[in-house]
Write a protein that binds this ligand. Structure first.
Ligand code: APR
Length: 233
């Protein structure tokens, strides 16, 4: 019976056609993230930010889970039948883990298909386009924004994640550059507890030296292989 915490980042969804943040010369889908993914950017030019997230939502509608998402969903199920547990902590705002069938997922940086009203604080599932004029379905105020954690905002579910790290028997990190805290610090918490810490990434991350084992290659190949080996142990 084993408890796993698996952290994922943009590299997990790269082969589903969703762009990563730091692999295109500092631009994210052609934009400096500071101009589209900060509360200041939203205050300055809400429609630019809304258009940017409208495009991201449309892109996600056309994307499909890849072999890595599917392997993680199978892993979660297989570990549950052995009496263990897998917590999938993701920095990704896509729903590809959910669509692959995974259940125990925490989205630290919010979700692309969720929006919230800054007036009445209601959250909604939202797959269409949004503008700064769209009225809130609950209070009618034109105060809707993507339910995404922007730079400078607090990541979600931190208490649950820290508790899970304190119980975990292994920590796995998949497809993240290890450059954005607090997620980049999870491996240090895990290492302080002397549990195995495994990095699966395309190339060494910023904090690769903290891991006890590293596996490099595209997630669609490395993740199914790692899952098969781990389940055979
Ligand atoms: N398979 C595995 N890893 C990949 C693949 C792939 N096919 N393609 C790219 N990678 C790796 C890259 O080598 C890189 O280390 O995925 C990592 C992606 O890093 P980032 O673009 O920095 O994405 P991420 O770590 O998720 O960013 C963290 O930063 O901008 C914020 O909120 C945003 O959640 C995001 C956070």
């Amino acid at each position: 019976m084993k408890n796993y915490v698996i952290l994922s980042g943009a590299g997990l969804s790269a082969e589903s056609g969703l762009a990563t943040f730091r692999d295109s010369g500092g631009l994210w889908e052609g934009h400096d993230p500071m101009t589209v993914a900060t509360p200041e950017a939203f205050a300055r030019d809400p429609d630019l930010v809304q258009r940017f997230y409208n495009q991201r939502r449309a892109g996600l509608l056309n994307a499909k889970p890849n072999a890595a998402h599917k392997a993680l969903a199978q892993f979660e199920q297989a570990i549950a039948t052995k009496g263990g547990a897998v917590l999938l902590v993701t920095q990704n705002v896509d729903d590809l883990l959910e669509r692959a069938g995974a259940k125990n997922i925490l989205h630290m940086h919010g979700e692309l298909f969720k929006i919230r009203c800054t007036n009445c604080h209601t959250h909604f599932t939202w797959k269409q386009a949004l503008s700064s004029q769209t009225p809130c379905p609950e209070c009618q105020a034109p105060a809707l924004r993507p339910a995404i954690v922007w730079f400078g905002e607090m990541p979600l579910h931190m208490e649950k994640i820290e508790q899970a790290l304190q119980r975990a028997d292994a920590f796995i990190s998949i497809g993240t550059s290890g450059s954005v805290y607090p997620a980049a610090g999870f491996v240090e918490i895990a290492r302080a507890r002397n549990i195995p810490c495994i990095e699966l990434n395309l190339a060494p991350s910023d904090n690769h030296y903290v891991f006890t084992k590293t596996i490099y290659g595209p997630a669609s190949k490395t993740v199914p292989r790692w899952v098969a080996e781990e389940l055979n142990q």
